[in-house]
Ligand binder design. Structure first.
Ligand SMILES: *[C@@H]1O[C@H](CO)[C@@H](O)[C@H](O)[C@H]1NC(C)=O
Ligand SMILES: *[C@@H]1O[C@H](CO)[C@@H](O)[C@H](O)[C@H]1NC(C)=O
Ligand SMILES: *[C@@H]1O[C@H](CO)[C@@H](O)[C@H](O)[C@H]1NC(C)=O
Ligand SMILES: *[C@@H]1O[C@H](CO)[C@@H](O)[C@H](O)[C@H]1NC(C)=O
Length: 490
């Protein structure tokens, strides 16, 4: 059954490969700038955001689009974390895109409420690359990444009036939140200066690393309350977290990054390897993570456990390579996209991206959230209940540090419970809004909210984007027609 479905999908896929695409290339350059499917449902390309630094983007237009004169059709820009995690790969195929890693339709895709724009950000992530791996070309700060992303948005939006009519919602996960808030400010500046033609609809921060200090300080007490640490473990965790707070206060961000890595090691050792993305689970039984010195744990292993966590959620299906993100991104998807340089593989430069950002990794971005709030941007924060790395406890702690004038009223309001799906009687979360600050508490979800709670995540994002299709997506059983369209979209 699984094989048959895959075969049928492959036929659809091959047909779309063989006809109906136009490739445009800037004559001077070796890197093709764009491809568009004949029906216009998908478009992708590279933007040379700085000389020899190429950023890849992929836009899906929704087959569920609803014309509503009072509510424009939205576009979501999805920003993945890491830094170095590929939105084009993980966000798209593992979380919210039209197809999963088996290339089967995802019934909870966010295309039901919006168009989707995935970008491999910063350069060096996923399919994005710097020529010859030149170390000087990677970004070192969130602000540099925001500047490259703004250039990309200018290239994609300024040439297309129909795109400009859709408000852009920046939705970020994990480290992507620091890019989202710096991009939000940088994009507003470019819009005011007349350099960027788009409407910024809002910014949504999902389990985001906005204030590292508040997260590392939350880990010990949270795990102690959950019986996952004892008092000895708690004390070790707290004293290291305190050291990190001091390093951050003194602006020693690279040292703080090393201490963060060390703290993860201490917590793993004292909790028998709790999973940082869902504290109810153990992290995978990879012996490496138990034997490697803490200092060497760093991002490589963090990225490994990130994808291991996601793949542990997949059902085992026969597929021969399909189902594995790395295999499809360097196989069937790379072939489909046509313009990825032959000598470059997806993810090849990702670890450089992290290493170049160690000096900014631990820098807080609470002030940027305050600036967005002061400018009237609709800011939504959502958090999975079971996340450890970006725990709800830590998120609440940094929210309480906001200087925004509405904070006190926001904190004193009652929450509204959220229900969803077939088990409509069960509480799936809570929400609270005051003026332009909104918070969603998502129960039963770890770090990857759309993966763990697809129903409530879709409903929430329909609300965030004020999508004209929000009600339909929240209640509908998809009919045959939309299933068929879904396959075409891919
Ligand atoms: C999606 O499919 C899964 C099973 O494959 C089902 O449990 C779930 O209810 C479906 N969700 C929607 C929104 O249709
Ligand atoms: C691929 O090869 C070309 C020329 O052979 C070179 O200019 C380019 O930098 C290479 N790309 C990468 C990512 O190394
Ligand atoms: C702009 O987008 C519309 C669809 O939204 C498409 O039909 C049109 O061809 C695009 N124009 C350019 C120049 O890309
Ligand atoms: C702001 O976002 C919330 C969801 O987080 C949504 O309910 C509300 O309608 C949005 N308001 C505006 C003006 O976009």
């Amino acid at each position: 059954m699984g094989k048959l479905c895959f075969f049928l999908l492959s036929v659809v896929f091959l047909v779309s490969l063989l006809n109906g695409e136009t490739v445009t290339a800037a004559s001077r350059k070796k890197v093709a700038t764009g491809v568009r499917t004949r029906d216009g449902s998908e478009e992708w390309g590279y933007v040379e955001v700085r000389p020899r630094a190429h950023m890849f983007w992929w836009l899906y237009r929704s087959p569920y689009r609803v014309e509503d004169s009072s509510k424009p059709w939205p576009i979501i820009l999805w920003l993945q974390g890491g830094p170095g995690g590929s939105g084009v790969g993980m966000g798209n195929f593992e979380e919210i895109g039209p197809l999963d890693t088996y290339l089967k339709p995802r019934n909870s895709t966010w295309l039901q409420v919006a168009d989707l724009l995935f970008v491999d950000n910063p350069v060096g992530t996923g399919y994005s690359f710097v020529e010859e791996g030149d170390a000087d070309l990677f970004v070192k700060t969130d602000d540099e990444a925001a500047s490259d992303l703004t250039t990309l948005l200018e290239k994609v939006f300024n040439r297309n009036e129909s795109l400009q009519k859709s408000p852009l919602y920046i939705v970020a996960e994990s480290y992507g939140g620091k890019f989202a808030v710096t991009l939000g400010l940088s994009a507003l500046k470019a819009i005011e200066a007349g350099k960027l033609k788009l409407i910024l609809g809002g910014v949504a921060l999902g389990d985001t690393w906005i204030s590292p200090e508040d997260f590392v300080l939350s880990w010990g007490p949270l795990l102690k309350d959950l019986s996952r640490l004892d008092n000895n473990g708690l004390q070790k965790a707290n004293s290291l977290a305190e050291k990190i707070r001091q390093q951050i206060r003194e602006g020693q961000y690279a040292d703080a990054t090393n201490s963060w890595s060390e703290l993860e090691g201490v917590i793993s050792a004292n909790s028998n390897s709790v999973d940082f993305y869902n504290f109810l689970l153990d992290s995978g039984s990879d012996p490496l993570s138990l034997t490697t010195a803490a200092a060497e744990l760093s991002q490589k292993n963090a990225m490994k456990s990130y994808s291991r966590y996601i793949s542990s959620l997949r059902s085992a299906l026969p597929g021969g390579g399909v189902g594995d993100l790395d295999s499809i991104m360097n196989g069937v998807i790379k072939t489909k996209l046509k313009i990825i340089p032959a000598n470059f593989s997806w993810g090849e430069q990702s670890s450089n991206v992290f290493n170049q950002m160690v000096g900014d990794f631990m820098r807080p971005r609470i002030n940027e959230v305050d600036e967005l709030l002061a400018k009237g941007v609709n800011v939504t924060i959502y958090n999975g209940q079971l996340d450890l790395i970006c725990s709800t406890k830590g998120t609440e702690a940094w929210v309480e540090k906001l200087k925004w004038e509405g904070l006190h009223s926001f904190l004193s309001m009652n929450r509204t419970p959220l229900l969803c799906g077939a088990e409509g009687q069960l509480t799936k979360g809570f929400t609270r809004s005051y003026k332009n600050l909104n918070f969603f508490w998502i129960l039963g979800a770890g770090h990857f909210v759309p993966v763990d709670q697809p129903c409530i995540a879709l409903k929430m994002v329909g609300q965030i984007t004020q999508s004209p299709a929000a009600d339909a997506a929240a209640s509908a059983k998809k009919d045959q027609k939309s299933k068929h369209e879904m396959r075409k979209v891919w």
